[in-house]
Design a protein around this ligand. Sequence first.
Ligand code: C2O
Ligand code: CU
Ligand code: CU
Length: 522
Amino acid sequence: MIGGGLLTAADLRKGDAQMAHMPPMAAAPPVLDSEHLASFVDPLPIPAIAKPAGRRGKLPFYKIPIQEFFSKIHREVPPTRFRGYDNSMPGPTIEVRSGEEIVVEWPNQLPAKHFLPIDYNLMGAEKGRPESRTVVHLHGGRVPPASDGWPEDWYAPGKSATYHYPNEQDAALLWYHDHAMGINRLNVCAGMAGLYVIRDSFEDSLNLPKGDYETPLVLMDRMIRRDGQIYYPVTEFPDAPWNPEYFGNLVLVNGKVLPYLEVQPRKYRFRVLNASNGRFFFLSLDNDAPFRQIGTDQGLLPAPATVSRLAIAPGERADIVVDFAEHRGDRIVLKDITSTIMQFRVAGEPVEDPSALPQTLRPVQRIAEASAIQTRQLSLEEVDNPRGEPMIHLLDGKRWHEPVSEKPVLGTTEIWEFLNLTEDAHPIHLHLVRFQILDRRAFDVSDYIYENRKITYRGDAAPPDANEAGWKDTVRTTPMASTRIIVKFDGYPGRYVWHCHILEHEDNEMMRPYEIVAPARG
Ligand code: C2O
Ligand code: CU
Ligand code: CU
């Protein structure tokens, strides 16, 4: 179904049809289920705020090493091996003001051997490369190309990279994560992700809940073996272990399984990130209270949107406000369609709540379609082997190493129309830019495939939902439908990437370079 992006569970849950579609998988070792674990016994951890190590010239300078370490995901589970930033998972949160440039050095201090299964057939993951290579990308950052984390610019243990982040953009929740070609899914699954918050005076002026009343919720699903270690499933074929999707049966919130958070009966602001490899979450509260969504990937919405079931794909962020004032003494569970995520314990005594939830937030000027100088129609497709199992996923039929075909001119506006030929909702992300969603509309996939890219639309175009009507950097593309976005290519000339944020797809050809070219001089 097409409904401004809110897909039904059936659309997205990997049902039997999808499972039949999976390659034969090697038997998994016994893994933990939430039934094995006591619920809500660990408090929700809050990632530490990163502190500058000093100054580089005039600029705040951070040094965040990339390491392997152990961390407790649950009171009853032995420590889990992770790879991540500064010995923590998620990594430390970098917090900056809009316009305040910072410098971050990211030393690779990983041990040489990876603990998750590399598939050497994937582009960029060929044998002979250092297994523990990494490169950091700031997702949602308006960053010069040299600091963007080009996937092939990975570096080995003992090496380091120093990046500049200008932060010339609106207040928003960004996140940093690994982007190493061909092993990105394994590195992120191992724990390489952290938050990056940009604040500005406009946001300050709204008096939203802050300090102890503003809490990040980094969600990620994992398969965890009974011995507490991450399991990454592989096919039956030892030489070709890649599998098209990773779904875990445990959900970690800020690195804990089934945690609880004690809250006051007042408003809270939750900054939600879906950092999963492939899972879409459909979040709700078990008392059926709706969320008030105030922001999306690239910052505040024009007005709060009321959402009872919040869909959030890998890479997306949702900024929500929950008012616990009417729920004194209650225990409220945050859940997904199939899993329990965490519990809020609301204190019994009433408290003052000086914070606000304004009726209007940040104006978002709609970009006029007429301002686009061109529309690019770009297919999203899955290429299967003769057994009907996905082998690779492609953007516009092209592989990573083919010549750059998307070359927008700096400062111009374009419409990108994603034609999703598959039964999967691929979350498509463009580096550097922010964009707006225009619409989604079903079309006849077989006409497109068999009649030379003919587009026969079916039904009306649906505008984005109210909670998507802001600035985005990742968009859920509905299966067998067109999803159109409008983008102004502001920022810097140079090479960037666009890709599906299902990391198994991204690692296997569902990523393409694009290049912003400087305008011709008159
Ligand atoms: Cu979240 Cu190219 O990345
Ligand atoms: Cu990005
Ligand atoms: Cu995909």
